[in-house]
Design a protein around this ligand. Sequence first.
Ligand SMILES: CC(C)(COP(=O)(O)OP(=O)(O)OC[C@H]1O[C@@H](n2cnc3c(N)ncnc32)[C@H](O)[C@@H]1OP(=O)(O)O)[C@@H](O)C(=O)NCCC(=O)NCCS
Length: 209
Amino acid sequence: MSAPPKTVLTASPEEEAEIRQAVRTADPEGLGPNRVIAGPEHVEALLELLSDPEVSEAIYDLPRPLTLENVGAWVADFAAKRARGEGLLVVTPDFGKGILSYSQITVWPERASAEMAGAMRADIQGGGGGGEGAVRSFSWIFDALKVRLIGLTAAPDNIRSVKLIDRAGFVRMGERESRRADGSTRRSLYWEMTRDGWAQLQAGMAGKA
Ligand SMILES: CC(C)(COP(=O)(O)OP(=O)(O)OC[C@H]1O[C@@H](n2cnc3c(N)ncnc32)[C@H](O)[C@@H]1OP(=O)(O)O)[C@@H](O)C(=O)NCCC(=O)NCCS
């Protein structure tokens, strides 16, 4: 189940309200072209995407077992989270041929914090698209959703994710035990990034370009 960052920030009531409103009204195209909010019409294709272990095995925060009913409930739960300003489930439809990728953003407005998870279809993994997309996503989460902290987890043997997160500049903060929807647990590496830290990194990169 989604777990908020280890670092505990406290948002003022005004900041919390601003974040909730930002999440409710965010345009998912900020994450990349053709991104849309997941709806009931995507449930079947999402199940097909997630049924590939190369897509879903490494991700702790997914409905388990992966059935049409559980994926439908997950999509509905995220619609309710979005209405409360507490999360977004975004998909990239592949022009009527299934779904290319999904991103799950969980937001804790009272803590001005967010967590992100996601995956791409196996045939497009390893081509650099995930790294690029992740950097754009982190910028968007800080700018558009107005949070001040992002926490991330990855399985220690998920080499692509670990490299991607380290390369993005996130700060390693030890490990944590992640709990799956079926109650089983997984040891995860854990990272954080603050909005100010991210802005400094991006300014440094722009200076080098
Ligand atoms: C994680 C994921 C989004 C990354 O996207 P991607 O496009 O596949 O990743 P990239 O091609 O950008 O590669 C990321 C890093 O892994 C490296 N990498 C890619 N394939 C590799 C391989 N077979 N062996 C070792 N390193 C590899 C890349 O060089 C890159 O490292 P760098 O930034 O230091 O150059 C994607 O692989 C995916 O959907 N995986 C399954 C689900 C998942 O694990 N989600 C994340 C859970 S935290």
